[in-house]
Design a protein around this ligand. Sequence first.
Ligand SMILES: *Cc1c(COP(=O)(O)O)cnc(C)c1O
Length: 443
Amino acid sequence: MTAVSALVVCVSTTMRYQNRTNMDLFRASREVIPGGVNSPVRSFQSVGKPPVFISHAKGCQVFDVEGKSYIDYIGSWGPMILGHANNEIVQALQKAVKYGTSYGLPTPIECELAELVCELIPSIEMIRMVNSGTEATMTALRLARGFTGRDRVIKCAGCYHGHADSLLVEAGSGATTFGHPSSPGIPERLAHLTEVAQFNNLASFETIFHEYPHDIAAVIIEPVAGNMGVVAPLSGFLEGLRKLCDEHGTLLIFDEVMTGFRVDRGGAQALYKIQPDLTTLGKILGGGMPVGAIGGRREIMSRLSPLGPIYQAGTLSGNPMAMTAGLKALQMLRVSNLYEILENLSADLEKGLLQRAEAARLPIRINRVGSMMTVFFSEDEVVDFGTAKKSDLGAFSRFFTEMLNGGILLPPSQFEAWFVSGAHADMHIRKTLDVAEKAFKEI
Ligand SMILES: *Cc1c(COP(=O)(O)O)cnc(C)c1O
């Protein structure tokens, strides 16, 4: 289908919204949906604009209700590694939908996807499917606490692990963008059980372990941070965490909701060769449908109900539509040379942006791991939450607006990752660099 015919189909199915602008829709939706969005990161509040309302998307492009097209680097915040409306995924879903969309009973496809994840990520011996990354991390914490009989956990400032109570403490992503890294509504007594360390700073973990040598159930971490903007682990950091956890009988949880199947088909744990005890997955795992998962060592996973006593459940978990999209996506990632292509495209984008910023005498830093990257408007290296927060948010906001006006859609926050997909091609990177060249000069 061409872009034009896709637009016609889409418009005809949403007649109600014909001739309505982004602003019209924002005005209407914010009356009935808090902030007009169903997830805060979709708001353009921090860059002072109404959000774009999307009518449809194909490949690396999204189209808004006003008919404007954008080269998309949000990628639905990570899942769209194969691009939007990927033909094979669409066809698999069209075929599957006829057989019913939910049974509340086990299906063969759940087993097939579980086997494939265990093959791609060997530290996962057993896996349970859930519906979102938040559910996955929430379950991971309960499992770690139930397994170890301990209550305290350590997370890093600026890492985001979904919006469960224990994890919304100094959290990144939208929580940082909108200035509520630790949300009201979370009982203080519960928040006190979450200790906060600094990313890339082993000493900050050692201090906490020193204070509570027998009380830490788990360290949960994004092995490549993506929710304070992208921050790669310094050499030795993840190894050090593995060692500290082993010495203290603490479980190491890698939250790979973003990095899983993104930085490598085996996740960040394959890239850095560190085995966690538990892994949480989401985003790409669902192929664009809502899926999360928690997996890990058999000994720990066996404690989940009904095999063990630690309770977790879900009416729509392992949903056949979601499993169909996820299985198709992972099958395609397993056999293709996509990761090489993504590395080359993303390296070109990084290099081109650095050259153009330098020509405009604008100090920026780019952190990139494979196809996830962030341009920080900062003179200093960004290695943790503190250094990420030193960025010039005004400059980011002006850059974002120039890019948007030029047809390039970036995440509307300094503290988020950009995602390159297999549907991006050289010409899209070139167009992005052309718009960026102008944007760097004008901000
Ligand atoms: C997106 C994300 C989550 C939350 O997943 P949802 O599906 O939005 O609930 C958790 N952890 C990390 C690292 C993420 O990037």
